[in-house]
Design a protein around this ligand. Structure first.
Ligand SMILES: Cc1cc2nc3c(=O)[nH]c(=O)nc-3n(C[C@H](O)[C@H](O)[C@H](O)COP(=O)(O)OP(=O)(O)OC[C@H]3O[C@@H](n4cnc5c(N)ncnc54)[C@H](O)[C@@H]3O)c2cc1C
Length: 229
């Protein structure tokens, strides 16, 4: 059995996430109400709070003026004045966080049913506690918090699943493909997507996946050039 299969479906990674909301105070209502419904205010957008060793999370401060759900009891409020804060935490990676396909059970699509084995380590819980404290501090820094405590979203809620065909530089049983996405030992089989990201990330992963896929695609293109195909 190839070593790559030891890692297949393992090292499942998602970013645990805490969210909070605050109201920016002292904003004036727009002078005109002529804008069509759903138009973003001029101040709308997302600000990022960068990951650091001291703050091991990736943060987003998001203006929510097009939110379809009421954000505060006294909605409608000044557009752009309610901000959502989210912190994505980097998780400790472990082979036991994994997907298991059943031999004798099918899912709604008729495919082998998936069971997810996934949990937090003590270090993950510490990071989360740290994030909970920081997000309240962030909320207080930007305005008036709407709640007393932040909300911890359920595991998997960030939708940033990664790692189950992770890449690595050596076929040592901890990775499925090489840095160009070529699956170890199966010539011509390449994989792409969040699943190849091998490290514990905290930021939104799609751009990283695309960059890695481009690298793999260049290798395929080079191989055609070299073979004259
Ligand atoms: C509401 C929402 C908001 C998000 N916002 C962000 C964001 O702001 N930034 C960010 O980085 N990420 C965001 N994400 C996550 C983002 O969607 C993923 O990071 C990205 O799509 C992952 O790309 P992927 O190629 O790994 O997987 P996918 O995009 O899920 O692609 C997998 C593809 O495989 C196909 N497929 C599955 N099974 C089979 C099969 N058996 N046969 C053939 N095809 C199959 C699927 O149809 C799908 O097209 C968001 C996700 C959601 C749901």
């Amino acid at each position: 059995m190839r070593r790559a299969y030891d890692a297949l479906g393992r090292y499942l990674n998602d970013q645990t996430q805490v969210v909070f909301a605050a109201r920016l105070t002292g904003l004036k209502a727009p002078v005109t109400t002529a804008k069509p419904e759903g138009t973003l205010s001029q101040t709308s957008g997302v600000s990022w709070v960068p990951y650091t060793n001291y703050l091991p999370f990736h943060g987003q401060v998001m203006q929510l003026d097009t939110s379809p759900v009421p954000l505060a009891d006294d909605d409608p409020v000044v557009p752009g004045s309610i901000v959502g804060l989210g912190l994505f935490c980097a998780k400790e990676l472990r082979p036991e966080d994994r997907l298991e396909f059943a031999d004798d059970e099918l899912d709604a699509y008729g495919m082998p049913a998936i069971r997810v084995h996934y949990g937090l380590t003590d270090a993950d819980r510490q990071t989360l506690e740290h994030a909970k404290g920081e997000i309240v501090r962030l909320g207080q820094a930007v305005g008036q918090p709407l709640d007393d405590a932040p909300i911890l979203l359920p595991l998997g809620a960030s939708l940033h699943y990664q790692g189950t065909t992770r890449m690595g530089s050596v076929d040592d049983g901890t990775c499925v493909c090489d840095p160009d996405s070529q699956v170890w030992g199966v010539s011509g089989l390449v994989v792409a997507g969040n699943n190849v990201i091998p490290t514990s990330t905290a930021a939104n992963p799609t751009l990283t996946s695309v960059a890695l896929a481009v690298r793999g695609a260049r290798r395929i293109a080079r191989s055609f050039d070299e073979s004259g195909a």
